[in-house]
Design a protein around this ligand. Structure first.
Ligand code: 1HS
Length: 255
């Protein structure tokens, strides 16, 4: 029960890593605000937590909208009674090189992955401060640390999240708010399907198999494996950890 009595807000929690993390945080005693663009998906995550005896509330919000974020963070804090943890997990991919990426996809990738992290963190800080401090976990990626063919905007955006995390850690340390970045390797979630299909030339299983060869551990990750790393950074087990760039990647970036 490493998060007993804590209140956590997780973005993009309607599926994949966000859902796995919401369920794990709740199992560890946290009450959880499940934010997602898709309210039905957020509701499914929250229902699964409640059915397991946990506390969760679904909220719909587009993290790239300042108005949506302000409303969503206020609603989350009001419903949970406090705020101690934020996991900026919501993200979108953007396949393509700079030669063929569209301006629309480039902008959306930065609006969600980078601006969304900024907007949610900015809205949450007063509430984390009111709780006496807390933990912000920003979802970066191995794509922040190594180049990936056909993934230009995503690599650039996740690189920005790493730099933003370091600056946030320095700015928020005096408030007792720790800020760390998680850099997951590939976990097969809806976010990854476009890249896997492109990598497999239309064959999803071939794309997944080709991707697994990039991982010394011999396989892709599971959402629960990323969730456990997020739990560590969110909990007091990481009380002396801030500004860190935490890879969870099966050795992919060690090569
Ligand atoms: C989606 C996650 O941030 C990993 S980025 C893709 C890395 S790989 O598929 O080229 O190994």
């Amino acid at each position: 029960m490493r998060l007993e009595g804590r209140a956590a807000l997780i973005t993009g929690a309607g599926s994949g890593i966000g859902r796995a993390t919401a369920e794990l945080f709740a199992a560890e005693g946290a009450s959880v605000a499940v934010l997602d663009l898709d309210l039905a998906s957020a509701g499914m995550t929250a229902a699964a937590i409640v059915d397991s005896g946990g506390v969760a509330t679904p909220i719909t919000a587009d993290v790239s909208s300042a108005e949506d974020v302000s409303r969503g963070v206020e609603l989350a804090t009001e419903r949970l009674g406090r705020l101690d943890i934020v996991y900026n997990n919501a993200g979108v991919d953007s396949t393509g090189s700079v030669a063929n990426a569209t301006e629309e996809n480039w902008d959306r990738c930065f609006d969600v992955n980078v601006k969304g992290t900024f907007l949610v963190s900015r809205a949450a800080i007063p509430h984390l401060d009111a709780s006496g401090g807390g933990s912000i976990v920003n979802q970066a990626s191995v794509a922040a640390l190594v180049g990936i063919q056909g993934f230009a905007a995503y690599c650039a955006a996740k690189g920005a999240v790493v730099s933003l995390t370091r600056s946030m850690a320095l700015d928020l340390a005096p408030m007792g708010i720790r800020v760390n970045a998680l850099c997951p390797g590939t976990v097969y979630t809806p976010l990854m399907e476009p890249l896997m299909l492109e990598r497999g030339e239309g064959d999803l299983q071939l794309g997944l198999a080709r991707t697994a060869t990039k991982y010394p551990i011999g396989r892709l990750g599971e959402p629960s494996e990323i969730a456990r790393a997020a739990l560590f950074l969110a909990s007091d087990d990481a009380s002396f950890v801030t500004g860190s760039i935490f890879t969870v990647d099966g050795g992919m970036t060690a090569q």
